[in-house]
Ligand binder design. Structure first.
Ligand code: ADP
Ligand SMILES: Nc1ccn([C@H]2C[C@H](O)[C@@H](COP(=O)(O)O)O2)c(=O)n1
Length: 212
């Protein structure tokens, strides 16, 4: 039986580090976010453009994110358990929603992206068996983001991470915004690396149970 687990969380919450840890397990295949594509589509960098001028380029990046995430979801599974970074769902419910709600995406762009998303989810089966939510404070993410130092992300202020955090909490904890496509395992993720790895080990059985 194959299982799909999506690891969700704010920017720089530790998703890649978590996936790297579980990639050492032979029964688990790991799919990271296709961020290299978002930074280079035929020589263009829609991620950088979006941060420079979200009004103009938000829909460009998010259209491409939707395509590349759909491609990830539909790619052939090669191991009993698949762990992937984020999902088609968080792309829409968190990032598109954030652009729209903060007034940085014109209503017509939001409408077109929503039509695409609704069509995809109505016509294509996107199986998700478990969501692992790495729950952090926006302050922790801000520090980790500065330390990681991705060129495009230097303009991200704490308030941006606070908005993303609120949207995640509404979606996965308060469950007041959008449908949650699978059970949610919440892992508090403000701790140091050693403690995080310990927590991942403690949660291993629960995570792998998704494949039973
Ligand atoms: N528990 C932790 N404590 C301190 N720093 C961490 C921890 N986990 C990850 N980091 C560092 O924080 C940055 C963001 O982590 P990363 O795994 O890339 O997050 P994400 O994939 O969610 O954006 C990286 O520089 C990483 O080395
Ligand atoms: N739908 C999306 C998904 C991601 N992004 C941005 C946010 C970050 O700058 C980057 C992903 O980095 P991570 O959270 O994995 O460290 O891509 C977006 O704007 N829209």
């Amino acid at each position: 039986v194959k299982a799909v687990i999506c690891v969700e969380g704010n920017i720089a919450s530790g998703k890649t580090t978590c996936l790297e840890y579980f990639s050492k397990t032979s029964s688990i295949e790991v799919l990271t976010e296709p961020i290299s594509k978002w930074r280079d589509v035929r020589g263009h960098n829609p991620l950088a453009l979006m941060y420079q001028d979200p009004q103009r380029w938000g829909i460009t990046l998010q259209t491409y994110v939707q395509l590349t995430m759909l491609d990830r979801h539909l790619s052939a599974v090669a191991a009993p358990v698949r762990m992937m970074e984020r999902s088609l769902f968080s792309a829409k419910y968190i990032f598109v929603e954030n652009l729209f709600r903060s007034g940085k995406m014109p209503e017509v762009d939001y409408a077109v992206l929503s039509e695409w998303f609704d069509w995809i989810t109505a016509n294509i089966c996107i199986p998700v068996d478990l969501i692992v939510y790495l729950q952090t404070s926006p302050q922790t993410c801000h520090e980790r983001l500065k330390q990681r130092c991705r060129e495009e992300e230097k303009v991200i202020p704490l308030e941006y991470l606070e908005s993303i955090h609120q949207l995640y909490e509404e979606w996965l904890i308060r469950r007041s915004s959008w449908p949650v496509p699978a059970p949610v395992l919440v892992i508090p993720a403000d701790h140091n690396l050693q403690r995080m790895l310990h927590q991942y080990e403690e949660n291993r059985a629960k995570i792998l149970a998704a494949s039973l």
